[in-house]
Design a protein around this ligand. Structure first.
Ligand code: CIR
Length: 262
């Protein structure tokens, strides 16, 4: 899918108060801001125009905008994030979506969905059922995506405690190329991925880089993961390494810092 726009939100000064299980210590705010600036510059360098939301001190995890909406060429779906401390993040995102999308649908209680659980591949949407996206939310999202003319299927990752979201462990890079972390390997069959597919298997020491993002001609990858970068290069794609250390401390991956759309 070709992208022309993205929504981003820089981290706020209380970014360190967000949710995390990483155990890597508190993020450095100045460093996080610099890494976010570089991330935005990378998106712009790939040709995207950015809609920048303001940080809101009420939501220290608000920089992870991907979790608040599913954005498709035919419409957007405002989520209902699964972590109670994040539920209010959708208010400010919901304000900008109507100007950018002809249709805006939403997830209702008791459903919860985090956008990080949604992986699009050539018009099909895989929806992870996780600790954040519950069966009701996943079912509602599938119906919304079908209403928009897409196909969708559910992938239950609740047994994989190592995965916060489906996209923590899987990325689709287009042109038939997948990136899959060991924690998701058991799900490959349920996703219909088999020997016919080109799957880059991510070694455990590079597991964080399974969350990479194709943006037009480039693939954004976390810096410091040479094996994945080389595998991407082997496929004729060009990796664009970005330093993500401070977001990683808050369980955040590359994809979660933006909502990308055509
Ligand atoms: C959270 O736990 O919700 C945030 N600290 C990290 C969210 C990361 N989101 C994503 O990977 N899509």
């Amino acid at each position: 899918m070709n992208f022309a726009r993205a929504i981003v939100r820089p981290p706020g000064p209380n970014f360190a108060d967000g949710l995390t299980s990483a155990g890597d210590g508190a993020p450095d705010f100045a460093l996080a801001l610099g890494q976010h600036r570089d991330y935005c510059a990378a998106l712009e360098g790939c040709g995207l125009a950015l809609t920048r939301l303001d940080p809101d001190p009420a939501f220290p995890d608000g920089t992870f905008v991907e979790d608040t909406a599913i954005v498709t060429p035919r419409g957007a779906i405002l989520t209902r994030p699964g972590a109670p401390t994040r539920s209010g993040e959708i208010v400010s995102v919901g304000r900008v979506l109507p100007a950018l999308f002809t249709r805006v649908l939403s997830i209702d209680a008791p459903g919860t969905v985090d956008g990080g659980d949604v992986c699009e591949a050539d018009g099909h949407y895989f929806i992870g059922v996780s600790a954040r996206t519950n069966p009701s939310g996943a079912a509602q999202l599938r119906v919304h995506l079908q209403t928009l003319g897409y196909t969708a299927s559910l992938v239950d990752i609740r047994a994989s405690r190592a995965l916060l979201h489906l996209k923590t462990g899987v990325a689709y890079l287009g042109d038939g190329v997948w990136v899959v972390a060991a924690a998701v390997e058991d799900e490959l069959g349920s996703m219909g991925l088999d020997a016919r597919h080109d799957v880059i298997r991510v070694p455990p020491q590079e597991g964080y880089a399974a969350n990479c993002v194709r943006v037009n001609d480039r693939v954004l990858v976390p810096a410091g993961h040479p094996g994945i970068a080389a595998a991407i290069t082997d496929r004729g794609l060009e990796p664009l390494p970005l330093e993500m250390s401070e977001f990683r401390k808050m369980d955040g991956g590359l994809s979660c810092l933006s909502l990308r759309f055509a």
